[in-house]
Design a protein around this ligand. Sequence first.
Ligand SMILES: [Zn+2]
Length: 409
Amino acid sequence: MKLWVRLLLALSLLLNHPGPIAAAAEHPDLVLQGGKVYPSPTAGPIDNAVVVIQNGRIAAVGKRSELKIPKSAQVIDCTDKVIVAGFWNSHVHFEAGWQDIPHAPADKVEAHMQEMLTRWGFTTVWDLGSVPSNTLALRHRIEAGEIAGPQILMAGDIFPKNGHPVYLPAEMQLPEAASAPEAKQMAAQYLKMGLDGIKLFTGAFMGNKPVINMDTAIVKAAVDVAHAEGKPLFAHPQNRIGVDNALAGGVDVLAHTIPTEGSYTADELFRMKQQHTALIPTLTLWTTVVSDPAVADKLVASGVDELKAYFSEGGTILFGTDVGFQSKYDTAQEFEYMGRAMPWRDILASLTTNPSAFFKETEKGRVEKGMNADLVVLDADPASDVRNLSKVAYTIREGKIIYSASGKM
Ligand SMILES: [Zn+2]
């Protein structure tokens, strides 16, 4: 037989292999077996599934009956559990309880990380302001494998002149930009330090005194510097002027709703949509800033209305809770509030596909072959109750277990 005929025959034999069983990976690091996989917020679930992880990536996803698992693999039994992509928290701070990271014992830092973030399924977080040298040290210790934690992206804060918010200690040195050149220089400095974005206080809360807003020209100067390097701009708006100046200056993300204003105007919603601005609702936060529960309820209701209005316009929503500034770490409440404005699948998108697409981390956000093995194993199905997104059994980052409810890593 001629060589080419033999090759053709061999190829046709390969292609016509009758068995449905495919070898998933030769040497997987970890296998999640059983359970229901939601590959993405828009895809239908795969029941009784298998997720095979190799070299920090997803090597295969499919029906358990259709994938062959090597005997040597470490298998996690996920029967009756639900597997989704790793979560993003796009608004945290490594502030309260994170002092002196370079010298803190690793077990103490990891325990706090677990309490605040990893036990809630977070594999990627945006730190929207802290002491940069301290958080850079934390990031370094995580990436060196010393502390189990999420990927940390960092934004550097810029405040308006005389806009030192009342809730931040008076002795804290804050970078206040009085002019566009000053803002430009501060933004450039942050990016030079290795930070990933900039956060502007387009409105600073001054207690009984009026909010101090940042001029649009100053906003725009910082936006230009960051955008020239492909980095995102966040704004803490505080009030309507803070939103309007952020939008006029071309900010990418509104880091809070503005519940004291009651609602966005039609013009604001139009501009947000047109400029592809993302919104982080931080609804739980509004229960922590006032002592009267009735006032808190009103603020939350306004925040929910604003979220609903922008979501209904088709706007991009990113999950974020401001933990590390506020200390209600449990995410169940935020899911319940968000659930008043949007369906659970869209809340899952705010935790996974939305931030991955918005921040161009295209290898995250879905449970699909070739993606980063950032995964959350849930004890219950969010389809029956959105608060089940907080019931985390395992958090896995790049194939490594960074949190296990049973304590086994
Ligand atoms: Zn914050």
